[in-house]
Design a protein around this ligand. Structure first.
Ligand code: FAD
Length: 391
């Protein structure tokens, strides 16, 4: 098989990039190599779908800004005859809660966000109580509320990108890349698990938590590893006003989901690696032992709740600084790019990253939003560019 562009991985990143490449009409023949059309192991369907501009790096804020607008109009832009592209976008806001130790970072980040045009507001404890009476304030010194942020259903967004890309001529190949061959400074072809190879002018490594394995196929090293994250869905019998997605310094978060709530808390001390059975070992009783108390601190009415189910997924964690890596990364190879290492930000950044990858492939550079600070060069220069404060 021979294509102009081959994307390795068809999660939300690969599918968003495929869409923007196809939309340009300039990319030629595009293929996405994806072994699992049901996405049982991909990160995207496991995500909470939160889309926020409460971040500290201007690039991250600007990507979320683009993505929010894009997701708001998704059903109009992305619908196809066989898919309404309803991603259940809810602009119900984000609320960060901090204790005294986090006030400086929250305030600094608020200034950056305001400078970027984000209509967020700082709430002191009494303003917080007046706005959201169910929120507990025992540990809270300051809050930041971004009422126009929100969330989507990530699986529907992934399928929306995929279906639209396919309608524009992108071919999805159900297979796994097992090796990559190069000649001189060019990657020439990828070997497939089912046998045979796929040739292309340009390759893009968008394999999520597997991006480090794909990088190793060209002898490159990406410090991106799978990190298991578990989420939970619960019901609460008490009356609770409409709440935004709420997150605190511990990393615990939740948001309304249907007639209940979905949320969790990243396990900071877990070793990298895939964990497919969360009912045993580290995550057995994780909600009862760790998460429940944290969410009940945020909303005391959660002291009585009914846990309905838990599920796991894997962040692609960039061990260097926790932010994404975009651009060329395989030294000596000019025609392979990546976008990976999103930790918990990939859904909110997918439209902007998909557009950025299409620009890199077509023009060799960013055209709309300069993401140069997020490139591999910062790893070579040993200059971390992570998020500060609540991440
Ligand atoms: C519990 C949890 C909660 C989250 N909450 C949020 C949130 O609220 N907001 C947010 O923005 N983000 C969130 N995220 C992060 C977000 O889900 C990810 O950043 C995003 O889905 C990454 O998309 P991706 O396409 O890079 O990876 P994936 O969706 O994992 O897709 C990668 C694809 O690559 C394929 N692949 C792997 N190896 C190969 C190979 N060798 N050849 C071909 N294909 C291959 C896989 O099959 C997979 O389908 C959360 C993640 C988790 C786990």
């Amino acid at each position: 098989m021979k294509f102009d562009v081959v994307l390795i991985g068809g999660g939300i990143m690969g599918s968003a990039a495929a869409y923007f490449l196809a939309l340009s009409g300039m990319a030629g023949d595009i293929a996405v190599i994806e072994p699992d059309p049901t996405y049982t192991q991909a990160a995207t369907p496991a995500g909470a779908g939160g889309v926020r501009r409460l971040m500290c790096r201007p690039e991250n804020i600007r990507m979320s800004q683009f993505s929010l607008d894009f997701y708001a109009g998704f059903h109009e832009t992305m619908a196809t005859p066989d898919n309404p592209a309803d991603i259940r976008f809810r602009r119900q806001g984000y609320l960060f809660l901090t204790n005294r130790d986090g006030v400086g970072d929250l305030t600094d980040n608020f200034r950056t966000q305001s400078g970027e045009g984000v209509p967020a507001e700082l709430l002191d404890v009494s303003a917080l109580q007046a706005r959201f009476p169910s929120v507990g304030v025992a540990d809270v010194a300051l809050a930041c509320h971004s009422p126009e942020d929100g969330w989507i259903d990530p699986y529907s967004a992934l399928i929306g990108f995929r279906k639209k890309a396919e309608s524009l001529g992108v071919r999805y190949v159900k297979d796994r890349v097992t090796g990559i061959e190069a000649a001189g400074n060019k990657v020439t072809h990828a070997a497939l698990a089912a046998g045979g190879t796929v040739k292309a002018e340009t390759f893009v490594n968008v394999a999520g938590a597997w991006a480090g394995d794909v990088a190793a196929m060209t002898g490159a090293r990406l410090p991106v590893v799978p990190m298991c994250r578990v989420q939970h869905f619960w019901h609460c019998a008490h009356e609770i006003e409409d709440l935004p997605l709420i997150k605190d310094d511990s990393g615990a978060f939740f948001r309304p989901e249907g007639d209940g709530f979905a949320g969790g808390r990243p396990s900071w001390d877990i070793e990298p690696g895939f964990i497919w059975d969360i009912d045993r070992g580290y995550f057995a009783n994780y909600f009862e032992d760790t998460v429940w108390e944290l969410v009940a601190t945020m909303v005391p009415k959660f002291e009585t709740l009914k846990l309905e189910r838990s599920w796991g997924g894997h962040y692609a964690q960039n061990l260097f600084d926790g932010n994404m890596i975009i651009g060329r990364y395989s030294r000596g190879h000019d025609n392979i790019y990546t976008a990976c290492g999103f930790s918990g930000h990939g859904i909110m950044h997918a439209p902007a990253v998909g557009r950025a990858l299409s620009e890199l492939v077509l023009h060799g550079d960013f055209k709309t939003l300069d993401l140069g600070a997020m490139g591999f060069q910062r790893l070579i220069d040993d200059k971390p560019y992570g998020e500060i404060g609540i991440r």
